[in-house]
Design a protein around this ligand. Structure first.
Ligand SMILES: C[S@@+](CC[C@H](N)C(=O)[O-])C[C@H]1O[C@@H](n2cnc3c(N)ncnc32)[C@H](O)[C@@H]1O
Ligand SMILES: Nc1nc2[nH]cc(C(=O)O)c2c(=O)[nH]1
Ligand code: SF4
Ligand SMILES: [Mg+2]
Length: 246
């Protein structure tokens, strides 16, 4: 089977042939360009692709609008792109439709951050492979509650949700795969929980560890900065929220 899609090379629009079937659809909640505000890549221009759906149920989640996949809220991708919208709507699209929309929007960032919701509800191998084919770098933000299925160069940021939903095996393999562990912290108990997770890891030498205060709380932020200094870890403060940008 042949599908045709438009590819931009040096600003020239070229039709390319593609004979691989696009089997996988993704439930997209929003697509927008901003600055990565969290973790290792803080400050890097990035295209955010937010997928709809999450059944983990973190009480302090800042994207609760992505939890439910309501069939009545299905819409067209073009209506969900350009800026962050915090709506419950979603579009069912494949990887090449996503790339085509990124190109139509004329985005300049070369990092695509796939978040949610819980993006690993979906098998992300096809999406990340196609994005790499178009010379994008990719990063995912995941909770470790579903298997991490991504193409190898993908930067995996794991924000482990302990005792929430995942079996220990799934969380453990997500921890081993993670390039970055970005732990949400409210109180000391969260640091203890992270220590317990790190104890069981084969190696933490090759992983970036970030502490992220929950909901910009002052006490949590002070705790995170103090522990980061003691342990030589990184502080991740959700910069975009301080700047008031998406
Ligand atoms: C909204 S989640 C989506 C991706 C995935 N479900 C996860 O939890 O990693 C993206 C990131 O935001 C973090 N996050 C969510 N709500 C937060 C809050 N109120 N304060 C700080 N970080 C938060 C999560 O821990 C995760 O690192
Ligand atoms: N600027 C910006 N950076 C982010 N890093 C992770 C985000 C997320 O919601 O997953 C996020 C987000 O929503 N906006
Ligand atoms: S796993 Fe992520 S998206 Fe799901 S509830 Fe927790 S923070 Fe929110
Ligand atoms: Mg966010």
């Amino acid at each position: 089977m042949f599908t045709y899609l438009l590819r931009y090379t040096d600003k020239i629009l070229l039709p390319i042939e593609h004979n691989k079937a696009m089997n996988q659809n993704y439930k997209v909640n929003e697509l927008f360009q901003t600055i990565q505000g969290e973790g290792f890549n803080t400050g890097v221009p990035a295209i955010f692709l937010r997928l709809q759906g999450c059944d983990v149920g973190c009480a302090w989640c800042d994207t609760k609008h992505t939890w439910e996949i309501n069939p009545d809220k299905q819409t067209e991708l073009i209506l969900l792109t350009g800026s962050s919208n915090e709506s419950t709507r979603w579009a069912n699209v494949n990887a090449r439709e996503i790339v085509a929309e990124i190109k139509r929007l004329g985005y300049s960032a070369n990092l695509v951050v796939i978040t949610g919701g819980e993006p690993c509800l979906a098998d992300l191998r096809e999406l990340t492979t196609v994005l790499h084919e178009f010379d994008f770098k990719t990063q995912i933000e995941t909770s470790g509650t579903y298997p991490v299925l991504v193409a190898p160069p993908t930067w995996v940021t794991l924000s482990p949700k302990v005792n929430m939903r995942a079996g220990k095996v799934v969380l453990q393999s997500a921890l081993e795969r993670a390039d970055e562990i970005k732990h949400p912290v409210g109180t000391e108990k969260d640091i203890e929980q992270l220590d317990a997770l790190l104890e069981n890891l084969k190696s933490i030498e090759d992983k970036v560890i970030c502490l992220q205060p929950i909901s910009q709380k002052v006490k949590a932020t002070l705790l995170c900065s103090q522990v980061c200094i003691e342990r030589n870890w990184r502080l991740s403060v959700q910069m975009h929220k301080y700047l008031g940008i998406d």
